[in-house]
Structures are given as structure tokens and as C-alpha cells.
Design a protein around this ligand. Structure first.
Ligand SMILES: [Zn+2]
Ligand SMILES: [Zn+2]
Length: 79
């Protein structure tokens, strides 16, 4: 039986939605992929706070937000 370290819900062994994204072991080893992704968004980080290993496979650390994109020249020059 695996336990998600983030939402603490149990998962059957035959489920494929659980991942072991870092070097943590024991009860902290597994988490849902969706839960890890949400954690990354909330923390703005994709590095485990416990073992300090970057989550694998790579998770984006931030939501793609238009507000965070570099400002591109959108000024319309009125002639
Ligand atoms: Zn979960
Ligand atoms: Zn870890």
C-alpha cells in the first residue's frame, strides 16, 4: 500500500498515478504526480524540501502565467 505524502490518500499498488520523484524513502517516498505538480506550483520550486533533490521527471516550478512572461513589444505605434 502506498500513501501519497501530499494528500495522504492511500493508493493501490496497481495504480500508475503514484510516483517516487526524489530520494525520500518510507512513507515520504510516494506521491501522486498531480499532487507533486501542485506542490511545485505552490512552492515555486521543484526541489524536495527533505532530501533537497530535484523532482524527477522534471516538473515545471511555476504555472505558465501571462503576467510572468517577459514583456514583448506589444505597443502599437499609431501613425
Ligand atoms: Zn496525492
Ligand atoms: Zn525527497
Amino acid at each position: 500500500m502506498m500513501l501519497c505524502r501530499i494528500c495522504h490518500e492511500e493508493e493501490d499498488d496497481n495504480s500508475s498515478s503514484m510516483e517516487a520523484p526524489c530520494s525520500c524513502s518510507g512513507t515520504l517516498k510516494f506521491a501522486h504526480r498531480g499532487c507533486i505538480q501542485r506542490w511545485c506550483y505552490e512552492k515555486g520550486s521543484n526541489v524536495c524540501e527533505i532530501c533537497l533533490q530535484k523532482f524527477e521527471p522534471a516538473y515545471p516550478a511555476a504555472l505558465p502565467s501571462p503576467a510572468k512572461l517577459p514583456l514583448i513589444d506589444t505597443v502599437v505605434v499609431i501613425r
